[in-house]
Write a protein that binds this ligand. Structure first.
Ligand code: SF4
Length: 168
């Protein structure tokens, strides 16, 4: 899996101060995508154990000040990204069980439920921002998403209640 960047002390992508990992690979081709260069799965650098450990060490260094990890792209649920992210997320949670994980996907909650690979990754996370960016529905006032079709979903509650439970 390749990634285009890691943003430390990120205060935009999710609640609180976070570390955001932008992975490469996306098939959604949303018009006026904010991050078009990440559509190519070969964009950026290889995400290795070195990067995994750097992120985990950063969390340990700054303690609870850093609230959680955000996975963006590209699309973290792009087929090639699922397995490496699943491995990383499990390792992250073993080391930092009290932090939250937010994930963005161009697929909707309903589409993810129908795909067991995507679901296996989503299940390890806490909040999902779902769906493509739709330019005609763009709204700059929205928190953590670009267009009004996208939802901020509480994953654990939604799975438990068998319906979409929105976080905000
Ligand atoms: S899902 Fe995200 S990264 Fe992919 S094309 Fe749409 S806005 Fe861009």
């Amino acid at each position: 899996m390749n990634y285009s960047g890691i943003k430390y002390a990120d205060m935009i992508n999710g609640k609180g101060i976070r570390v955001s990992l932008f992975v490469s690979g996306c098939t959604h081709c949303c018009k006026n995508c904010f991050n078009e260069e990440t559509w190519d799965e070969n964009h950026g650098k290889k995400f290795t154990e070195k990067e995994e450990n750097e992120i985990i060490e950063y969390f340990k260094k700054y303690g609870k000040t850093i609230r959680g990890l955000s996975l963006l792209g590209g699309d973290p649920t792009y087929p090639k990204n699922i397995e490496p992210l699943l491995k990383f997320v499990k390792k992250f949670k073993e080391n930092l069980p009290d932090r939250d994980i937010w994930i963005w996907s161009g697929f909707t909650w309903e589409e993810i439920l129908e795909d067991k690979n995507r679901l296996s990754l989503i299940k390890e996370c806490d909040i999902l921002i779902d769906g493509k960016f739709i330019d005609s529905l763009k709204d700059l006032n929205l928190k953590w998403r670009g267009s009004s079709n996208q939802r901020v979903i509480d994953i654990k509650k939604s799975l438990k209640e068998n319906k979409v439970v929105e976080y905000i």
